[in-house]
Design a protein around this ligand. Structure first.
Ligand code: AMP
Length: 278
């Protein structure tokens, strides 16, 4: 695996032959099994696999966890190499946002609600960095996780609206034994919080069971989600909604949740028309 830190070195490592399919997995590092599953999916479908490791300041708000976001490049290099990544792109902030940088892209409607409302500017940062990565790497396919469902919808819309010609693949959520969705931020949780964090996936499982039992009223399905999260004293619910997976408009069967467990903000989602094992 090659490790490159500049746009020029990346281009040199990847080449420019359009006949060679390149798969790109954008990440912020602190790899876990969710990232590794995306690397393997890219490995299976492409001749060249590029992973980017960049903690993108543009998608954090002041007061969020940019400074303390977990970083361990040596560990990430070993894991990416093992999972079949050919080129790891680790740019500096200056390489991605050189002095004078002032061009931003915004996917307007999809960026407004839920994560976009809770984190204003977040999806502008995501869309801009993804567009930059697509134009630097020129991938045939790019891989994202369903864990960040609204992000996947924003990126798909970006690609359609700007005719970027990148196939967007969305991998399933990889979960711990008790259902907690893997996240680089799970390391912030102390043992009591870690236990309480399962309340997000518990809530999604309860709602999927209600759906399987015939419940279709979005108000009542939402009430099932909320009841389970309210029953956990360490959980502070931010939102719980049922939306359409492509438009993020209500109503739909995609249940999306954000909650704080102590100081840690976690998100999760699940399509209620599919049972959630556990
Ligand atoms: P991040 O490094 O957190 O920005 O994540 C990089 C990519 O991995 C994003 O497309 C995420 O949606 C995806 N991802 C994160 N956690 C999971 C998970 N538990 N299962 C599947 N994909 C994930």
């Amino acid at each position: 695996m090659r490790i490159v830190r500049t746009v020029a070195a990346l281009r040199e490592a990847v080449g420019t032959d359009p006949a060679v399919p390149v798969g790109l997995v954008p990440t912020m590092g602190a790899f876990h099994a969710g990232h590794l599953a995306l690397f393997r999916a890219a490995r299976a479908e492409n001749d060249v696999v590029v992973a980017s490791l960049f903690v993108n300041p543009a998608q954090f708000r002041p007061g969020e966890d940019l400074a303390r976001y977990p970083r361990d490049e040596a560990r990430d290099e070993a894991l990416a190499d093992e999972a079949g990544v050919d080129v790891l792109f680790v740019p500096s902030v200056d390489e991605m946002y050189p002095p004078g940088f002032q061009t931003w892209v915004e996917v307007e409607e999809l960026s407004r609600g839920l994560e976009g409302a809770a984190r204003p500017g977040h999806f502008r940062g995501v869309a801009t960095v993804c567009l930059k990565l697509f134009s630097i790497v020129r991938p045939r396919r790019a891989y994202f996780g369903q864990k960040d469902a609204q992000q996947a919808a924003v990126v798909k819309r970006l690609v359609r609206d700007l005719d970027l010609g990148v196939e967007i693949r969305v991998g399933p959520i990889v979960r711990e034994e008790d259902g907690l969705a893997l996240s680089s931020r799970n390391v912030y949780l102390d043992p009591a919080e870690r236990k309480a964090a399962a309340s997000l996936s518990d809530a999604l499982r309860d709602a999927a069971r209600a759906y399987a039992a015939g419940e279709r009223d979005p108000v009542r399905l939402r009430a099932v989600l909320v009841a389970r999260l309210r029953a956990e004293p360490l959980a502070d619910l931010e939102y719980a909604e049922l939306v359409d997976a492509a438009t993020f408009e209500k109503p739909g069967t995609l249940a999306v949740i954000a909650a704080r467990i102590g100081k840690t903000r976690l998100i999760d989602n699940h399509d209620l028309s599919i049972p959630l094992p556990g």
